[in-house]
Ligand binder design. Structure first.
Ligand code: PRF
Ligand code: ZN
Length: 372
């Protein structure tokens, strides 16, 4: 039986890599950005539109899916791919991150985490075994270890405990995993921005065989220097021949910098969340469609962008629409996702063409260019 993940590096530039990742539902070019459809639906964008944009790998969340429609129902239907009619790849996060995002409603012990539902009064006890069982039922191509996630700015001894518990839970995840032939379980490096804890976590995780590794516990309010430095520490140590996934990062400059540091995969809700507040990504930074200046601009959000919004509408029309219709947020979401998907393809291609320096130079020059 072939491995469910084959990682072929096509070209490198210093630490940056351009690769093809072969998964059970097709090939993915890296570096890649994975759009987030937490509850088995993208906010304001259909999966058909995602496919049209060229998305080959998207992210869903175990905690939310376990709650509704439930792992049992998804198993009965034949998995999440069938349920949402998605032919390409899916990655499920383990539920670990909800320990932070729903921290008021969760309690962690060595056994697992107990969540009080944000929707009703019910509770959910999620042990590593439960997370993996549900992820086996959901059937994503890549599944994530259940990690003990604390806020990035947490200090010892709680940070040390969380990082060490993540390794103990990983052994329970591996023992519980029933679909090793068609689902890849990625361990998650923790340890905050403490270099010693990171080193320990890296050493522990590398000893466990895996087809890819994730870097967790970042992008949570730490300063930029510590963030990038920790990413560099992780990519320097993780195996070269396996994909590296930086969790929860999707700010365009970070994606470019961290690709240069040797990261292959990214995910973040930022692109669609910020779109719902009326902010669009452009080569020249963020564009607030709500601002009154947009009313007099009869150009698309981004020159030459091939997305539905830019092919059809001016900034002026979107500005007018945003006050009245939800469809404006839908169009800006499509534009932002398309922007990130294209940014990643351009990064991939520039590494292959030996033009990464020129690409990054041009990207930064435009991104930080003053308006006017
Ligand atoms: N762990 C998990 N999911 C995550 C993260 C993590 O550390 C992050 C980083 N803040 C985003 N999503 N399981
Ligand atoms: Zn566009």
């Amino acid at each position: 039986m072939a491995k469910p993940l084959e990682f072929t590096i096509l070209a490198t530039h210093n630490f940056a890599r351009a690769s093809i990742m072969r998964l059970p539902h097709g090939e993915v070019k890296t570096p890649v950005y994975m759009p987030v459809g937490t509850k088995g639906a993208m906010k304001g964008v259909t999966y058909q539109e995602m496919d049209d944009m060229g998305c080959k790998l998207l992210l869903a969340n175990t905690y939310h899916l376990a709650y509704k429609p439930s792992g049992d129902l998804l198993e009965k239907i034949g998995g999440l791919h069938k349920f949402i009619n998605w032919k390409n790849n899916i990655l499920t996060d383990s539920g670990g991150f909800q320990m932070v995002s729903l921290s008021q409603l969760s309690e962690v012990t060595e056994d697992g985490v107990t969540f009080e539902s944000p929707y009703d009064k019910s509770t959910m006890h999620l042990r590593p075994e439960d997370s993996i069982h549900t992820q086996n039922q959901i059937g994503a191509d890549i599944i994530m270890a259940l990690d003990d996630v604390v806020r990035t700015t947490t200090v010892r001894p709680r940070m040390k405990e969380a990082s060490e518990r993540t390794t103990r839970w990983l052994d329970r995840d591996i023992a519980a995993h029933r679909r090793k032939n068609d689902q890849n379980l990625f361990p998650i490096v923790q340890g905050g921005v403490d270099p010693n804890l990171r080193e320990q976590s890296l050493n522990d995780l590398i000893q466990r065989e895996a087809n890819g590794y994730a870097i967790g516990g970042l992008a949570g309010g730490e300063d930029k220097f510590d963030f990038w430095k920790t990413v560099a520490q992780c990519t320097a140590k993780l195996p070269n021949d396996k994909p590296r996934y930086l969790m929860g990062v999707g700010y365009p400059v970070d994606v470019v910098v961290c690709s240069c540091l040797g990261v292959d995969m990214f995910d973040c809700v930022f692109s669609t969340r910020t779109a719902r507040f009326g902010t669009a990504f452009t080569d020249y930074g963020f564009l607030k469609i709500k601002n009154h200046q947009a009313a007099n601009i009869f150009q698309p959000i981004q020159d030459k962008c091939q997305c539905q919004a830019c092919k059809s509408y001016t900034q002026s029309y979107l500005h007018y629409l945003i006050a009245k219709e939800e469809v404006a947020c839908h169009l800006i979401s499509i534009h932002n996702l398309n922007y990130l998907i294209q940014l990643m393809l351009n990064l991939h291609q520039s590494i292959i063409n030996g033009k990464l320096i020129e690409f990054v130079n041009e990207f930064l020059r435009k991104w930080y260019k003053k308006e006017g």
